[in-house]
Every structure is written in structure tokens, then in C-alpha cells.
Design a protein around this ligand. Structure first.
Ligand code: B1M
Length: 208
């Protein structure tokens, strides 16, 4: 499905009200919410990042764009639906220590909830101890998100902490994270996009 240009522009221009209006209008027209996310909102954030890297925008603009994006996510989240059934598994999701980026992590939380998992959102800047608490509380799959090359290395500590516990799986994701990196640190799985996280969690729980 092509980009919803109005929504793309509204996120890019960090206009929260316009993002909310554009999301509502697209939903009213029957646009699939996953497509709004992946084809319009995520590419707009990517463009902001590219412009930041090129020195064309600064941190306040990135932050405002993130807030505008979150305004759209708040509308989309309830539409992804949570089931009334027993959860099909318990998962905890956090952005690793030192990293404050939470939009991708929030998307992973939304997608997993929408797929029927009980999800604990551990927030950002999560040390190993937070994952330990989640595991002690019943989570059997722990998802680690990182957006910085300097923080993705912390994932190895989370993986290392649970490597000897076959009941706990650790899966990783985030813009700089690759399948190869996941394998190198011994993670149980890697999801490139939030939309893949549910499939990877399911494969982990099935012991694949
Ligand atoms: Co930051 N930032 N930022 N930032 N920021 C990046 C990541 C950057 C690539 C921008 C750039 O230079 N082009 C760059 C990192 C460079 C690097 O390390 N290689 C960068 C930098 C440098 C920084 C600071 C260091 C800037 C500074 O202070 N000098 C600083 C660090 C702060 C910290 O964390 N300690 C910083 C701060 C910020 C803001 C606070 C201003 C803001 C974050 C606000 C927020 O999150 N609430 C911000 C933003 C908005 C960005 C960009 C523009 C957008 C990130 C985003 O939300 N993308 C980003 C540029 C970019 O990503 N191209 C950038 C949309 C989101 C949906 O995508 O998070 O990748 P993403 O998630 C995807 C997948 O990766 C996957 O699913 C999602 C959907 O498909 N996924 C998972 C994510 N987590 C997963 C976990 C899983 C599975 C899949 O678990 C299994």
C-alpha cells in the first residue's frame, strides 16, 4: 500500500494534532493500521533520523517528531485489540540500559498484545535486574530493544544472564541490530520489525 502522504508529512513536520487527524481520517477510510504504521509513520521517523545524521535537524525536532508519532500510536493501539482469552504466553519488553528510545519498543509491545500475549512493558534504560524481575514474575520471553550502536552491546549482558536457564528466551531487535549480531551474542531470536516480533516469540515458545 502506498504512503499516506498527509500522515507522512504530519509526522515529518512533528504536528501532533495533524498526525491524530490523519490517523483518524485514514482509519475512517478503512486503511489497515499496520500499513499506516509501516508505510507512513515509520518511514517519516526514518527520514527525520537521516536529516539528523546530515545535520539538518536537531534533537528537539527529533523529540517533537517522536511525540507526534506517539499521538498516532495512542489512537492505533486500542484498534489492534487484545483478546479476552487466556494469554498465549508472557513476554516482557524493554529498551536496554543507557538507551532512551521507546517508539520501536512501544510498537513491539502493541503488536505482541494484539497477538494475544500478556506483555509487561519494562520501559527504557533497563538494566539486567529489570529483566530478572520480569522473569521472576512469570515472563518466559524477554525482548530487548536498542537504537544506539553504543547500547546494543548491553544486550549481550541480558543474554548472558539467562543463557543457562532454558525456560527463559531472550530475543533482540532495534535499528542497528542484525541477525548476525543476534547470533554472535547468543540471543534466542531476532526480529527486524515489530510486526515480526510475535512470530519470533511464538517460534521461541515452540522451541524452534
Ligand atoms: Co535518537 N538516534 N538519539 N533520539 N533517534 C537515532 C537512533 C539515530 C540513528 C539518529 C541518526 O543519527 N541518524 C542515532 C543513533 C546512531 C547510532 O548509534 N548509530 C541517534 C542518536 C545519536 C541519539 C542521541 C545520542 C543524540 C544526542 O544526544 N546527541 C540521543 C541518545 C539518547 C539515549 O537514548 N541515551 C538520542 C535521542 C533521541 C530523542 C530523545 C530526541 C528521540 C527519541 C524519543 C523517543 O524514543 N521517545 C530520538 C529519535 C526520535 C531518533 C530517531 C530519529 C527515530 C527513532 C524512532 O523512533 N524510529 C532515530 C533515527 C532512526 O531510527 N532512523 C534516532 C521509529 C521506530 C518505529 O523505529 O525504533 O527502529 P525503531 O523500531 C523498529 C525496529 O527497529 C523494530 O521494530 C520497530 C518497528 O518496525 N524494533 C524491534 C525496535 N525495537 C525492537 C525490539 C524487538 C524487536 C524489534 O525485540 C525483539
Amino acid at each position: 500500500m502506498p504512503v499516506d502522504q498527509e500522515l507522512f508529512d504530519a509526522v515529518r513536520q512533528a504536528d501532533r494534532d495533524r498526525v491524530a487527524e490523519a490517523v483518524r481520517a485514514a482509519i475512517d477510510r478503512g486503511a489497515p493500521v499496520s500499513s499506516l504504521l509501516m508505510n507512513s509513520m515509520v518511514p517519516a521517523m526514518r527520514e527525520i533520523g537521516d536529516r539528523f545524521a546530515a545535520g539538518e535537524v536537531y534533537i528537539p525536532e527529533m523529540l517533537m517528531a517522536a511525540r507526534a508519532m506517539q499521538a498516532g500510536l495512542d489512537i492505533i493501539e486500542p484498534l489492534l485489540g487484545t483478546s479476552d482469552h487466556e494469554p498465549i504466553g508472557r513476554v516482557a519488553v524493554g529498551t536496554v540500559k543507557g538507551d532512551m528510545h521507546d517508539i520501536g519498543k512501544n510498537l513491539v509491545v502493541m503488536m505482541l498484545k494484539g497477538s494475544g500475549y500478556e506483555v509487561t512493558d519494562l520501559g527504557v534504560d533497563c538494566p539486567v535486574e529489570k529483566y530478572e524481575e520480569a522473569a521472576a514474575g512469570g515472563a518466559t520471553v524477554l525482548c530487548c530493544s536498542a537504537l544506539l550502536t553504543s547500547t546494543m552491546t548491553y544486550m549481550e549482558q541480558v543474554v548472558g544472564r539467562f543463557q543457562k536457564d532454558p525456560a527463559i528466551k531472550v530475543i533482540v531487535g532495534g535499528a542497528p541490530v542484525t541477525q548476525r549480531f543476534a547470533e554472535e551474542i547468543g540471543a534466542d531470536g531476532f526480529a527486524e520489525h515489530a510486526s515480526e516480533a510475535a512470530r519470533v516469540v511464538s517460534a521461541c515458545l515452540a522451541g524452534e
